[in-house]
Write a protein that binds this ligand. Sequence first.
Ligand SMILES: Nc1nc2c(c(=O)[nH]1)N[C@H]1C(S)=C(S)[C@@H](COP(=O)(O)OP(=O)(O)OC[C@H]3O[C@@H](n4cnc5c(N)ncnc54)[C@H](O)[C@@H]3O)O[C@H]1N2
Ligand code: MOO
Length: 402
Amino acid sequence: MAELQPIEAALAALLEDVAPLPTEVVSCSQAAGRVLSEPVLARLDVPPFDNSAMDGYALHHGDAGQTLPITQRVAAGSGVQPLSPASCARIFTGGELPPGADCVVMQERVEKKDGLAVIPADIPAGDNVRRRGRDVRAGAPLLDAGIHLDAAALGHLAGQGITEVAVRRRPRVALLSTGDEIVDPGQPLAPGQIYNSNRPMLRQLLERFGAEVVLVASVPDDPEGTRATLSRAAQGADVVVSTGGVSVGEEDHVRAALESIGRLDLWRLAIRPGKPLALGRLPGKGGRPVRFVGLPGNPVSCFVGAWLFLRPLMGALLGCPALAELPTLSARADFATSTGPRRHYMRVALEFSEQGIVASAFRDQNSGVLSSCVGADALAVIPEQSHIARGDALDCLWLRVG
Ligand SMILES: Nc1nc2c(c(=O)[nH]1)N[C@H]1C(S)=C(S)[C@@H](COP(=O)(O)OP(=O)(O)OC[C@H]3O[C@@H](n4cnc5c(N)ncnc54)[C@H](O)[C@@H]3O)O[C@H]1N2
Ligand code: MOO
């Protein structure tokens, strides 16, 4: 029986020689959640002209403290004239500053008298003015390659009038379920059967990690059927993920199939849950090696395995460092626990309080108990051969994307 491998060795084996996928150009309206493959430079200054940050009056700061005629009205989007000397302009938020004006007084501070504006004294130059190029300078870097196009990034692109961007092609994933006892929701359950929890859970996680699930299939519990399904799945995919069938039982055919048609890189990890996880490669189209991740069947092992392995793999394929690394934070345990030779990834809820962050463990941490993942905020990492007392500091892998 193979020795239990450390997770670091497994990640190194999984990510060895993984290169980012090719680029494709997509419309910005379709680019949400995609990963930028090339840096974007700013085309325009933002804002493109000096403008008012307030509804009020624009003037030259040297005229502050005087009562001034109002010689023009500037709404956002309207044209401007040079400001007549010793006068002010009625101006609204976003309105272009007239040449000759260098500050804006908000209207609450201005009294109107006989159609003139009584301006308070000591208004510094630049007050309430949003300078041209304050946010972005034309030609400067706007967005770096490898970032996730989130809401703010999409807004930033639109602010430049940009309509298309170069992004990484989504990793194509084939998602296989093993187990003759596994039935899709919507079908009746025969005795001994259970519904397929792993498929929708992994599909959603993979999509959150930026992948496109191009095939879902069930693998028959026999050696020939397993080899045929794995082979077929590798043809149209960058990654094949399977669930179940990687342990030592007589019905566990995945590892043997992998060894016969592809290559087993590593099997059995010193982690809990997820011990029988298998990593390897399958021959894809034209013999191209396709990564294979064989997750154990227990739903919690799949959930944890997806965060620990599928997320970094998608991050590497997408050239996205923020996805490749799970954000870590430190929290105080509100429980006690001990580990043996396997590092334990406990599902915890986090409470952010004035005293710091507190991690509460879900009551039943068995790898078949999926309710321990519902609403989990983080995986608390309990090192192998350790004892954790209530109040000890824990490293927690935060289950959030972006
Ligand atoms: N003699 C040993 N038995 C087991 C060992 C061991 O070291 N020696 N390891 C145990 C551990 S730890 C795990 S984890 C499981 C994983 O085994 P498999 O990957 O072969 O998974 P299966 O046996 O196919 O399934 C395990 C469990 O999960 C249920 N399952 C499978 N697929 C789904 C699905 N899509 N949705 C919901 N539930 C699913 C399946 O019915 C089983 O109950 O092996 C232990 N055994
Ligand atoms: O390694 Mo298994 O995933 O604990 O049940």
